[in-house]
Design a protein around this ligand. Structure first.
Ligand code: ARG
Length: 585
């Protein structure tokens, strides 16, 4: 355990037990960063009430005991800092430099860099990306893709078993007209259009014939029937359509360094054969009932207008299945077949009601047992500068590959003054462009809306991808210039300057930031931690020369070790977020 906040929490809990008895050891010590010391513990205020004593007195008693406590994992005995009672009963805690330096040196020697790897791996199923084949893959899907991929990376990193599920919208009535349109324009032309990301134009062309041409309309409807029956020739055409579409999705994934592969595709079509059985079973068991001809589940606690119970409809009155039916099948499959301990749905915030009704319905059915955690990581909308859903300047929707092209071009402009050959320049521009787009999605809380703004996300200062990439590349250049391999910079770390101390103290929080991101599905907290780390490094680098001739040998070794630890934390952290780091920048 390296995070000072966790170490201090444990020390204070021990002190509480020593002072007031074991009953009090589970009180939250309320450790917070402090203006006047490294941390403050606010527990005496709430405990004063419980003990009916003055908080200041309680605080003094904790302080007296605290100085006798040895923190976990520390060999030498004694509390590694000073404690002061202040104000109405705050405990101000300042850690010893030697303790901070010792933990930082240990962290550098730890192959996991202070990240706890679990010895009880959970199976974590993550549903993310999930674009629709019949419609365009839009910026909203980009965000669920980027956030979901970061969550997949972090769970793998901490030792969990991750099962990625790309729940493609690849089935349903629109595919009748999509397949007929494919026959009309010819397989080759259709494939070329779809592979280039033209699904929207394709869909619109099919749709307008469907609406205006009775003969096409009849064919499309007939095609839905043969598709539902999985008639071989129809399936062949469906596969042609899907393969071309997926090949476009893969282009976007590759460009962005998304870890999804074809193996992870588990689209709506996969569940099609299960739907009848899902409905039959739920109906037989009385979980679902017929209401106005439709088969519905009424999970408790969901009401609509005039307090009417809200239906979760799994079969329409015309016998058709819908989104809810498929999602009931996904839950059952993920629990029973994939053996999920935790299921994370990374999906638009607008689907919040659907998701909570789904979980409630699945709990009723016994398909989502209590020990399986299901959560909806709600993704907020990405807006244009006009505050509406992001499209393009002309108001037309934009192809994602074109958006990524624009990111590359703009990133190239940002680094235009650098003296690199064309190939290196293109490589850097690509990393910066993709890093900027990805980091913009990851640095704000996943459920908040934000305005898509190239200028802001590409800025070299502030909480942006390029700033963190630049900070990382700059540390690499220190090692290049010094002719030192970062792996050889092992310290020991000794702290002299306040900027060294602040950086080291910050670095110790890395393991907690990673754990928190995995536990609470909050990539933006890790992003904020990395940004704070890079800022602390900037202050350190401005104040503490590393390679200058007049720097004493032990100081140089310590500062190189701090650089190496910062580099490892930034590289690992950015990799967990899926943000690439160019070698130089
Ligand atoms: N294809 C859906 C959409 O674009 C998202 C599917 C999410 N996953 C799920 N199991 N419902 O809105």
């Amino acid at each position: 355990m390296t995070d000072p906040q966790l170490v201090l929490a444990e020390c204070v809990q021990q002190a509480l037990a020593a002072a007031f008895g074991a009953d009090f050891s589970d009180a939250d010590p309320l450790i917070r960063p402090s203006q006047f010391a490294d941390y403050q513990a606010n527990v005496a205020m709430s405990l004063g009430k419980r003990l009916r004593r003055a908080p200041r007195e309680v605080a003094q008693e904790i302080a007296d005991r605290l100085t006798e406590i040895s923190p976990p994992g520390k060999t030498e005995a004694g509390f590694p800092g000073t404690v002061e009672v202040s104000g109405p009963g705050f405990l101000n805690i300042t850690l010893d430099d030697s303790w901070i330096a010792g933990r930082a040196t240990e962290m550098l020697a730890d192959p996991h860099t202070g990240v706890a790897v679990t010895d009880e791996p959970q199976t974590v199923v993550i549903d993310y990306s999930a674009p629709n084949a019949a419609k365009e893959m839009h910026v909203g899907h980009l965000r669920t893709t980027i956030v979901g991929d970061a969550l997949a990376r972090v769970h793998e990193h901490i030792g969990n078993k991750v099962v990625r599920q790309n729940h493609l919208g690849d089935w349903g009535t629109p595919f009748g007209m999509l397949i007929e349109h494919l026959l009309d324009i010819g397989e080759e032309a259709a494939v070329a259009q779809l592979e280039a990301g033209g699904s929207n134009e394709y869909y619109q062309a099919a749709r307008s014939k469907f609406d205006s041409d009775p003969e096409f309309n009849r064919r499309a409807r007939a095609r839905v029937v043969t598709l539902q029956a999985e008639e071989p020739e129809t399936m062949r055409l469906w596969h042609i359509f899907m393969n071309a579409t997926v090949s476009y999705f893969n282009k976007v994934y590759t460009r962005l360094g998304i870890t999804l592969t074809d193996e992870d595709i588990a689209g709506e079509s996969m569940y099609n054969p299960m739907l009848a059985q899902v409905c039959d079973e739920l109906q037989e068991r009385g979980i679902a009932v017929i209401s106005d001809g439709a088969l519905c589940i009424f999970p408790p606690g969901f009401t609509g207008r005039e307090d009417q119970p809200l239906p979760f409809m799994i079969r329409k009155s015309d016998g058709g299945y819908g989104y809810a039916t498929t999602d009931m099948a996904t839950i059952r499959y993920r629990v029973q077949d994939l053996k999920a301990d935790r299921i994370i749905y990374v999906i638009g915030a607008t689907q919040a009601l659907h998701m909570s009704m789904l979980y409630a319905s699945a709990r009723m059915a016994g398909w989502l047992p209590d020990h399986v955690r299901a959560e909806h990581v709600q993704i907020g909308s990405v807006l244009g500068s006009d505050g509406k859903m992001f499209k393009t300047r002309s108001g037309k929707s934009i192809k994602l590959v074109e958006l990524l092209d624009e990111a590359d071009e703009r990133a190239a402009a940002v680094i235009a003054d650098r003296e690199y050959d064309d190939a290196t320049r293109a490589e850097i521009a690509h990393a910066v462009g993709m890093g900027a787009v990805k980091y913009a999605d990851l640095s704000v809380s996943h459920d908040s809306e934000y305005v898509f703004d190239f200028d802001r996300m590409l800025a070299l200062t502030g909480n942006t991808g390029p700033y963190l990439q630049y900070a990382t590349a700059r540390i690499r250049s220190i090692f290049r210039r010094g002719g030192v391999d970062p792996a050889q910079a092992t310290g020991p770390i000794v702290l002299g300057h306040p900027a060294e101390r602040a950086l080291a103290l910050r670095l110790l929080g890395f393991g907690s930031a990673v754990a928190e991101m995995a536990e609470e599905s909050v990539p933006h907290r890790l992003a904020a931690f990395l940004f704070d780390t890079a800022s602390a490094f900037t202050a350190f680098y401005e104040n503490c020369p590393v390679l200058r001739d007049d720097v004493e040998e032990t100081v140089r070794a310590s500062r190189l070790a701090l650089c190496a630890l910062t580099l490892r934390v930034l590289e690992t952290g950015l990799d967990l977020l899926g943000v690439p780091v160019p070698e130089r920048m």
